[in-house]
Ligand binder design. Structure first.
Ligand SMILES: [Zn+2]
Length: 73
């Protein structure tokens, strides 16, 4: 296991990527550069709105729950 000091643009390099703002190496997993404290513009960025599939799943569960509750009467 050699530690490679050369940071490349390749995003699949050991899970590390170069920050697109300051160029410092950072974990691709985190999506967050601790050097310049900026989020990378990717899906990792925290979103204020929930993803669509979360909303749909929640709606489906709610619908099933309400349907079941109504049927129990
Ligand atoms: Zn940075």
């Amino acid at each position: 296991m050699d530690d490679d000091d050369v940071w490349e643009e390749d995003e699949d390099d050991d899970g590390y990527v170069s920050c697109q703002y300051c160029g410092e190496p950072m974990y691709e997993e985190s999506g967050y550069c601790s050097s310049c404290e900026r989020w990378q513009t990717r899906e990792d960025r925290p979103q204020k709105t929930l993803p669509v599939w979360v909303m749909l799943t929640a709606l489906c569960l709610l619908a099933i729950f309400v349907y079941g509750a109504l049927r129990s009467f």
